[in-house]
Design a protein around this ligand. Sequence first.
Ligand code: GLU
Length: 289
Amino acid sequence: MTTPHRPTLRFAPSPNGYLHLGHAYSALQNERVAAKLGGQLLVRIENIDLDRCRRDYEAAIFEDLAWLGIIWQEPVRRQSEHFSDYACALEDLTGRGLLYPCFCSRSDIARKVNGSRDWPRDPDGGPLYPGTCKQMSADERAQRLAAGQHAALRIHMDEALSVAGMRLGWREYGEEDEPRDVTAEPALWGDAVIGRRDIPTSYHIAVVIDDHLQGITDVVRGQDLFNATSLHRLLQALLGLEAPNYRHHKLLRDKGGEKLSKSTRAKAIRSLRNEGVSPLELRRRLGFA
Ligand code: GLU
């Protein structure tokens, strides 16, 4: 745990591939803001996805960050070592009737919403949950769970909004350090999955718990997570956690306008390194001279 008031930032990659230019940009933004605030930078390894994350990618992350000249404080938090922290939060929310088990697979949901072309979608483009398991009787739930059926935990959005009560929002500084107040719109996500079926956590609950436990004051991350912040604010309010400031930065895109990612085969930092690009040159290319 860190002193709560010291500006504290985190770079939080998932070790499911090599870091690419988009990651370098995000790490450098974190470094820039940490320096500006006189704060410290932590690294968090977001490896809840045990099937996709690998130790060798993790080692490569540290190597690439060090090569780039990023300085971070130890210890590094590895999410896979903290499933019990996330499970506690899920239990708390479930006990308060704010989460319910859902047995639907993706294809069950797709089938259900298939007939309707105008089915509402969440900000990531997924169909809003049609509520199939919401009305299930307590008996049926208990029977299915006892039979060993796996369930995801979904948020009772209406309930949660009424418990969280007040208008939720956050202070957004963007990349330009121009603060503005953003109103959170968690309802856009419908009854989102907060505990996955395959693992006892989700990105959303893990990030909120970790930002709290690590004393994060400023979250610097890509614009692609801007809308997820609404859900994070709701979870923070439900769990009585303080909200950090947020600074969502632009995403680097390829020539076709696609955001750089593993799936678009973005160039890995280590390939550039092997081509003889120096850390300074890379920093310059990304606008951090
Ligand atoms: N692990 C996420 C990623 O690699 C970042 C999550 C966050 O910064 O909140 O995109």
